[in-house]
Each structure stands twice: as C-alpha cells, then as structure tokens.
Design a protein around this ligand. Structure first.
Ligand code: CP3
Length: 350
C-alpha cells in the first residue's frame, strides 16, 4: 500500500530521495518549550493529560520537521496499570512500589481492563493523529517485558541489578511467569495503540544488555519476538530496539519484525551485513556526538549514512535517547546535515 510517509517507505525498502530521521526521546528536556510545560505540570500529569501529551509530542515536529512523531508517554505506565505505584522523583528517576519480589507480588498484579486503565494513551493518540493530519506518521511504543520487569523488580534505578539477577538465578520460573504476564500486557497495550491510530510501533529493550548473552534469548528476545508475532496481523511496521551490542541484535534475527534498532556501541556496517537483507535498520549515531563541534557531527553523520549510501532500508536515529543538556542548535545542524548528505547519496541511485 502506498503512503506519503518517508519513514514507512524506508522500512519497506521502497525507493526514497533522502533518509528519514527522528530521534529517540525527541520530546523532552533539551527543548525549552518542553521545560515550560514541565514548570506547570509534573511529568506523569503530562503523560496522562491528552492535550499536554499532544502538545509535547508535536513540539519537536514543529521545530525540526522530523519524519516521524513518537507518542509522548513512558514505558512505566504499564507497571502502574498493573497495580504498582509510580513516582518520578526529581533527579532520582522513576520509582515503582512495592517491589515485585515474591510469587504473591506477581499474583497481585492485575491484567484485567488494562486497556481501559491506559485509555488516556489511546485518547492522546487520537488527538495527536488529528493534529498530524496525515503528514507525519506516529510511532507508538512499549518497553520490552524484560526491561519492564527490571524496573518492577528493582523498584528504582540501580547499578548492579541485584534483585532481578537474584530472581533470574534463584527462581527463574518466577521471573518467567512475570515475563509471560508482561508479554500479554504489552501485546494488548500495543494493539490498543494501533487501534487508536499509530502507524508504527517500537519496543524498547533498554536493559536486555545486563543479561549474559546466552540468557538474552530465553529471558528477553523470545518475548519481544512473541509480541512482534502477535502484532503481525495488524500490518503496522514493528521495530525492536535493544541496547547491548551486535550479539543481542543477532538474537532478534529470527523475528517477524520489520526494523531492528541499532545502538551506538554496535558497528552499523556489521549490523547491515548480518541483518540488512531481512530488516530495515534504525540508528545509530552516538548521542554524545551532539556535544561535539559541527565538523565532528558532520563527519559522524556522513560515516553513518555512507553505510547505506543510496540504498533504502535505513532510518536515521541516535543509538539511544538524546540527553537533556544537548544544545538545540546542534539538533538543527544534525537534521540539516542528514537531509543534505542523504539527498546527495540518494541522487546517485538514479
Ligand atoms: O522518545 C520520546 O520523545 C517519547 C517519550 C519517551 C519518554 N520515555 C519520555 C520521558 C519514551 C519513548 C520513553 C521511554 C523510556 N522511559 C525508556 C526506554 C528508552 C530508553 O531511553 O532507554 C525508559 C528506560 C524509560 C524510563 C524512564 N523514564 C527513566 C529511566 C526516566 C528518568 C531518567 C530521565 O531521563 O530523566 C524517565 C523519565 C522520562 N521519560 C522523561 C521523559 C521526557 C523525563 C521526565 C521529565 O520531564 O522530568
């Protein structure tokens, strides 16, 4: 089916005249207009108020004209809908309580009516879609089951992931039962997002990389693959993003996903050799490149774009989320540079 979305055309490997670009965490604290909203409303209120979520989703689109919008929300709305208390403490990151440690904690989680508990997300999607007016596709998202489990079990940001690793090694069946429940929750949540109107979805597996490589498939990748299979019949492209290098990306290669997100630690050329025939790839400029000079940014952008040259099948992105203190000017420069260089590269295709 033809559409006028460059982002979708590149995922479908249709001919394109330049490489589409959006950036992970594109709506957020590096934007002064986002900080203005946050002065008046706390983060969770922004997520739960469709008008505010719509406003901040659109902010980076208005400024930079990105080729995709991403729903403004957070991965931790699922644990909250399942029954944990969610708080974002200023400068301390997210807190979920009580921690999920025992079988009885899992039994208390409630999958019932998860769609209606998260209906504010569907309302935001409808409002955002109206505003986008078919000009820019909207990406929905969720955390992967393993990444959600990490936050649910640890309860707060951690360095050594002691509680989830204890469960992994002492009580793997318990962890598996939580992951299975989350696989259902995530699948249902993403179906709800698709029905509300997103044109694509992405799963974020931020913490899969804390697993030893041989345990990545049984505890994280297999659930991401199951979700992607569950979504296949809805016909929207699915992107799987895991952070932790090529070994993890390789373990997603037997999935039915359409695009694999490549982190900044991975060599994009190697990823293309291993995965590029089957999937489109997204990534993977190191986000901290954006602290650099324009010359450095240009050099690094060129390096990333030259991996694909004139070919379709690449969506330009950072290899993880943009950081809050990146200068906005450098984001303008990034977007202009990606457009300019990729247009030249694609002109060579004709
Ligand atoms: O990409 C976008 O612009 C859409 C919005 C989005 C947010 N979080 C907004 C947000 C998305 C896609 C996420 C995903 C998310 N949330 C992930 C996966 C992606 C990744 O970065 O690895 C994770 C692990 C979270 C959990 C989370 N949310 C953490 C750890 C934090 C605190 C750390 C931090 O960066 O402050 C958040 C808060 C959060 N989520 C903010 C935003 C804009 C900052 C909140 C604020 O305004 O103070």
């Amino acid at each position: 089916m033809s559409n006028n979305y460059l982002y979708i055309d590149s995922i479908d490997k249709k001919p394109i005249n330049r490489t589409p670009i959006w950036i992970m965490r594109q709506a957020g604290r590096y934007l002064p207009e986002y900080m203005d909203v946050r002065k008046k409303h706390d983060f969770i209120t922004v997520c739960k108020t469709p008008e505010l979520a719509t406003e901040v989703t659109l902010q980076p689109i208005r400024r930079f004209g990105f080729d995709a919008a991403i729903l403004f929300s957070d991965i931790l709305v699922i644990p909250e809908a399942l029954g944990q208390n969610l708080a974002f403490l200023e400068n301390h990151g997210p807190k979920l309580s009580p921690q999920i440690l025992l079988d009885k904690d899992i039994e208390k989680l409630n999958l019932q009516d998860i769609e209606s508990k998260l209906s504010y997300v569907g309302d935001a999607i409808k409002m955002i879609s109206t505003e986008l007016g078919g000009k820019t596709p909207l990406i929905g998202f969720s955390g992967s089951p393993f990444t959600l489990a990490t936050y649910m079990i640890e309860g707060k940001p951690t360095r050594n992931f002691k509680f989830i690793k204890q469960m992994l090694y002492h009580n793997p069946e318990r962890l598996t039962s939580l992951l299975e429940m989350l696989t259902e929750a995530v699948s249902r949540y993403l179906v709800m997002q698709i029905e509300a109107g997103v044109q694509a979805v992405q799963l974020f597996d931020t913490w899969g990389g804390i697993l030893p490589v041989h345990l990545y498939d049984p505890f994280s990748a297999r659930y991401m693959k199951q979700i992607s299979a569950n979504l296949k019949k809805f016909g929207v492209p699915v992107t799987l993003f895991s952070k932790g290098g090529i070994e993890l990306a390789k373990q997603l290669s037997d999935s039915s996903a359409d695009m694999i997100g490549i982190d900044w630690m991975t060599d994009l050329k190697e990823a293309k050799n291993l995965l590029g025939a089957k999937f489109a790839l997204q990534g993977n400029l190191d986000p901290t490149t954006l602290y650099g000079s324009h010359d450095i940014i240009r050099k690094e952008v060129t390096r990333v774009l030259e991996v694909f040259g004139p070919e379709s099948g690449h969506v330009f992105n950072l290899g993880h989320g943009i950081l809050p203190d990146i200068p906005v000017d450098n984001v303008y420069f990034l977007v202009d540079t990606v457009r300019e260089i990729s247009e030249k590269l694609h002109a060579q295709a004709v």
